[in-house]
Design a protein around this ligand. Sequence first.
Ligand code: XCC
Ligand code: SF4
Length: 630
Amino acid sequence: MEDRGLLIKSAQDQLLEKAKKDGVETAWDRKEAMKTPCGFGSAGVCCRNCAMGPCRVSPVPGKGVERGICGATADVIVARNFARMCAAGSAAHSDHGRSLVLYLENASRDGQIQIRDEKKLMAVANKYSIETCGRDVYDVAHDIADAALNEFGKPRGNLIFSKALPKKRRELWDKLGVTPRSIDRDIVSVMHSTHIGCSGDAKNLYDMAMRASLADGWGGSYIATEISDILFKTPSPVQTEANLGVLEDNQVNIILHGHEPSLSESIVAAAEDPELIALAKAEGADGINVCGMCCTGNEITMRHGIKMAGNFLQQELAVVTGAVEALIVDVQCIMPALARLSKSYHTKFITTSPKAHITDSTFIEFEEDRPYDSAKEIIREAILNYKNRNRDNVLIPNEKCEALVGFSTEAIVDGLDKVVNSQIDPMQTVKPLADVILSGTIRGAAAIVGCNNPKNPHDTCHVEMMKYLIAHDVIIIVTGCAAHAAAKAGLMLPEAKELAGPGLKTVCSLLGIPPVLHQGSCVDISRNLQLAGELANHLNVDISDLPVVGAAPEWMSEKAVAIGTYVVGSGIDAWLGIVPPVTGSPFAMDYLLNKMEEDYGAKFYVETDPQKAAEQMLERIEAKRKKINI
Ligand code: XCC
Ligand code: SF4
């Protein structure tokens, strides 16, 4: 197979060169201008939680100022900051989940919001013990919306968990006192306890951070995925293309960027409206080319094969091409820089969510009670902007790569089952997957997730780690911006099996799947949890016994901190490729990288070299295999 690594760099380099020529700046320029990052901030020992400060204490124990004005130590300050990152991350994912629940509330048979997946609806109804027999699906859907909404603010009890959550894990959480109660409450708890003069105990703060993070993984994110599947269908394998080469010369190029699939699904549907296509043609274009970016890109490619324009660090480069009529965004991971940048080109930067206004953008609210009509109005803006494209300053890089995406847990189980059983088994389980892991054909699985970060070369940490692991017979599941990296590098093509070890290659050949499976957006890490939980239940072990690991080689967001934390809390070791701001606390370093294992059977690893991290991951996989005698 041809090595795509060089090609990707050239697409990026071409556009960075163009940016320079055009006199515009990108994240890389701003990163350079930032010079050396603040040492106190990097170590996590800076506190702004009250106006006696800000306080910054020494990141080196026994040297310099050891306590803030209130007396908080480095251990407490770092723990409070860490917990607040988890709370913010959990809030972002969960509020996205809540939006979808509210969207589901508006679903009706003859309205603009309809249910596309009744099978998933039934499965989720079962989780919430909602009667389905002889009932109209829309009535069931509204009951689900009610039950899910209750998970955010129920006054008593605990979250209702997926049946995939192993009993042992739940008992462990109860014992440790970290079982989430309700999503909003556990986030609020962190905000309360990190206020000046509240919790002054680092361990207590990490427990609270864990509870808020678990409320994300098994709560808010899980709900986001379930409701999205009900509304827009559970993904199944579909062909797509990735990288900025998916932009078209003679079409109205629209890039959808952000997170909540309600907006993007409506735009994708409305872009096929004959009236809009006719308008595009009247404006001189051949058609409308909708592409996706970051997690929104993952959502719509998995369900419709919409092309993937790129990940986090490509959002500015998309504008620099000069070929994008509209960059339409909702929430999260949208650089405010786009407002200024788009002024140098013809691109319309359209914000749509009351949760994310950006100064100097064009705000057109996405009206969720009339999504199709609202989407049409937004698309019209893009079409009318086509004539403003400056043809003398367009550079669409010719790099793009095909990919097979859309491996929801249901699709994986279904696909494996069809190969193993001659007849379709109505009681499909993860047994075939468990069998290939038990036999050692596949050594284990790695979930590689998360963002891009200009501290690391774009995408290379993701890709290097993936290549190493598949070569050693570890199957990979990707979400988020890591998924875009894999797609661009050609790792989501069935032919990428040639890069896999002999065992994994056999499995890929048999099933016609790539060695790197696309599971979706970042909230879809709930799919990873579901798969791991079902595997553990099938083998009658806890998740922490499975030869399964996780990594975020280029993470940057607070959401990623919440993810890492709930992944570890679920029993899966998590490798971070960017050093988190905790190094100023001896307690944090010992707990997160060491003692956490005593609590959860898993811990964090920090390793900035992707190859070394991959070696450690492999070692850990083999150790887990030994532990359960396989
Ligand atoms: Fe954002 Fe979700 Fe990170 Fe990508 S991976 S930069 S969080 S888009 Ni979620
Ligand atoms: Fe300083 Fe304590 Fe206030 Fe933080 S909470 S700013 S450490 S006095």
